[in-house]
Each structure stands twice: as C-alpha cells, then as structure tokens.
Design a protein around this ligand. Structure first.
Ligand code: ADP
Ligand code: MG
Length: 356
C-alpha cells in the first residue's frame, strides 16, 4: 500500500497521467502487457494473439489455450447448475481449439473453492466436466486445487493437435473472401437476459418458480453451449479450408474486428444476412432489445466466424447451418455494417468488456 501511495505521488509530481486499467479495456491491457514479448524459439509458430498458441512438436503442432471463469463475473450460481457450469467451462476452451481447425486432446483443470461448497456440489461440477470430456473425446490430465476467500474460480487449459498446414489463423483472410458464420447469434445473450430477469423475481419472492417456457433453446445456449466441432468436420468433408477463423465468445463485431485487424483488411456485413433464431427474435421483442444488436454484441454464442475464398460460394451455400453474412475488403480502415434500410454504419466492438 505504502509503495502505491508513493508511486502515485511521484507520478503525479512528474505531471504524468496514470492510466487506469478500465481505460485500456481487456484487449488494450493484454496489448500493453505483452507488446514487448518477442520469441526466437524456432518451434513457436504463434504466441499471443490468436485463439490458441501454436508450436511444433515433431511432425505435428500442439495448440494451447486457457480460460478463467470467475463466480459473479462469468457465472452466477443462482441460475447456473453446477453440472452445466462444469460442461461450459470445458467447452469454451475446446471452442478455441476448433477455431484453429484443430482437434482438442487434453485438458487440465484448476479450481479455487470457498468453504460454502459441499462435496456434492463439486461432484456435480465434475460430472459436467467429465461429460464434456466424454462428448468431445478429450482426457483430463491434471490441474490444481486451492481454497478461495470468495466464491469459485475455474481455470481450464486445453491442449490440441493439428497438422501444420491445416491450422487456420485470424490473419489469413484475403480481400473479397466471404464472411461466414455458423448457427445463429445472440441466443446466449438473450438467454442470459431471461435468467437475470427470473433471478430478480426469485430474489424478491423465493416461492416463485422461473418462467422459462417457450425459451428453453436460448436458456440452453447460455447455460450449456456446444462448440462447433461439427462445422469443422463438415468443412473438412467438403474440402474447404477457411482462410481465417475465430470463435465468437465476445460478440460478432468484436471477433470480426479481430479478423480485420489481424488480416489487415476491412469488411462489409449485412444485417439481413445475420442468422438469428426465432426464440431470440421473440425474446428480443419481449425485452424491447434490438435483435441485431444482440447478435452483434451479445457474445458467448461459441459459433465459428470464418472466411472462405469467393469461389467457394456455391459449395458453402449447400451446407446447412452456415450463413454468408458479408465479405472482406482491401480498405482496412472501413468496417461496415449495412443495416436493413441500406444505411452503412461503422462496425464497433461493444462486446462484453469485463474491465470497464
Ligand atoms: P479468446 O477470447 O479467444 O479466449 P482472448 O481475447 O482471451 O482470446 O486472448 C487473446 C490473446 O491474448 C490470446 O493469445 C491469449 O492467450 C492472450 N492473453 C490473454 N490474457 C493474457 C495475459 N494476461 N497475458 C498474456 N497473454 C494473454
Ligand atoms: Mg476465441
């Protein structure tokens, strides 16, 4: 504490403004902390800056990604069943491995628990973790366990493998490539709005039962997402290798801007092409939210956003559950969202920023 006060005093004396973390935001903070990291390791293909790190191990490549889930920030135990939470904690990591066009193989799990958790509760969490491992054919190979002063922390690291030439990065898109998205967007965010509403009702009267009828799909998208291994397999079966790819954890706008930045391109996407499920439309109406804004900025859909060369258009159109929503442009400063009324708006990342 003493040191911080002195530091603040001297920095203020020098007339320098001390930047707050909230000013930087999540990505600004990561950039700030990692901008001087350089590697001359000849086996390291990708360090910081993609869905996973990639390095060569013999004839194949190993991919590593890690995610931290914090109670009260990423999940609320009032409406997240522990089994679902365990499942989700695993699959959000697998989603990053699939987003590199790779196969997840192993995970490690680190837990910090407060004294409020019973053995039963942690067994429930583990039943979800092990179910996800079984469904996606990955092995749990280790972890760490600690106590926590407040709530539950779950950190999972996933390790995958791929052939070097199969791996797809955020940086490979080319001008005129088609921008594609799997499934539909905004459902997880709208599911969260519904769960939040029911939480408030429950807290004001604990005899109330949650009213989720007719919205089971969006609630499931929030509580128990599935990573799109099926899309990776389908694309492989059609001999289509995306030129760039990312999974949608922070919202379509945020992820598309990552593809643009890393590929040094612009983009144009069309509101009318963005896939939204009927239940999401109904929920958005109920909450008086704009469906497209929920799809653009909602996050946690864990769908895949990828680009393919223009000559793959016909083939892609034949594949169910993939939508072409726009195209990449060479004008790297122009990122456009074309609204249904034809007006072009600048695409901005307003996704979820936990540090603000
Ligand atoms: P994703 O949303 O795909 O999980 P993130 O946005 O969390 O990816 O991270 C972007 C990149 O920054 C990744 O390469 C990740 O490994 C790296 N990264 C995130 N946090 C840190 C950190 N505290 N220190 C170093 N690298 C980090
Ligand atoms: Mg990702």
């Amino acid at each position: 504490m003493q040191v911080n006060i002195l530091h603040t005093f001297f920095m203020a004396e020098k007339g320098k403004k001390i930047k707050e973390i909230s000013e930087l935001g999540e990505f600004g903070l990561i950039d700030h902390l990692t901008k001087n990291i350089k590697s001359d390791d000849k086996n390291l293909i990708k360090g910081i800056g993609d869905d996973t790190a990639v390095f060569k191990t013999g004839n194949t490549c190993t991919l590593v990604t890690t995610d931290l889930l914090v109670e009260g920030i990423h999940f609320n135990l009032i409406y997240s069943p522990l089994k679902h939470l365990g499942y989700k904690a695993v699959v959000v990591n697998l989603s990053d491995i699939y987003a590199m066009n790779a196969t997840p193989k192993y995970i490690t799990i680190s837990l910090a628990l407060s004294s409020k958790f019973s053995l039963n509760a942690i067994e429930e969490l583990y039943s979800g973790i092990l179910l996800a491992c079984k469904n996606y054919n990955v092995e749990l190979i280790g972890g760490d366990t600690s106590s926590s002063l407040s709530g539950l922390f779950i950190s999972i690291t996933a390790i995958g493998e791929a052939k070097k030439n199969d791996i797809v990065y955020r940086s490979g898109a080319k001008p005129n490539d088609l921008i594609c998205v799997s499934g539909n967007l905004g459902a997880a965010y709208l599911g969260l709005q519904l769960l939040e509403r029911e939480k408030e009702v429950f807290l004001s009267d604990t005899s109330m039962q949650p009213q989720l009828d007719g919205f089971e799909y969006i609630v499931e998208r929030q509580l128990k997402p599935e990573p799109r291994r099926d899309i990776i397999e389908t694309l492989r079966n059609h001999n289509i290798k995306p030129t760039s790819m990312i999974d949608i954890s922070d919202g379509l706008s945020s992820e598309l801007l990552h593809l643009c930045k890393n590929s040094d391109l612009g983009c144009r996407i069309f509101e009318e092409k963005i896939p939204v499920a009927p239940q999401s439309i109904a929920a958005a109406e109920m909450f008086r939210l704009d469906t497209s804004l929920a799809a653009l900025n909602g996050g946690e859909d864990y769908e895949l956003l990828f680009t393919v060369p223009l000559d793959k258009k016909e083939e892609i159109e034949k594949i169910p559950d993939i939508s072409i929503i726009g195209y990449m442009t060479s004008a790297s400063e122009e990122k456009f969202f074309v609204a249904k009324n034809g007006i072009e708006l600048e695409l901005k990342a307003q996704g979820w920023n936990p540090l603000k």
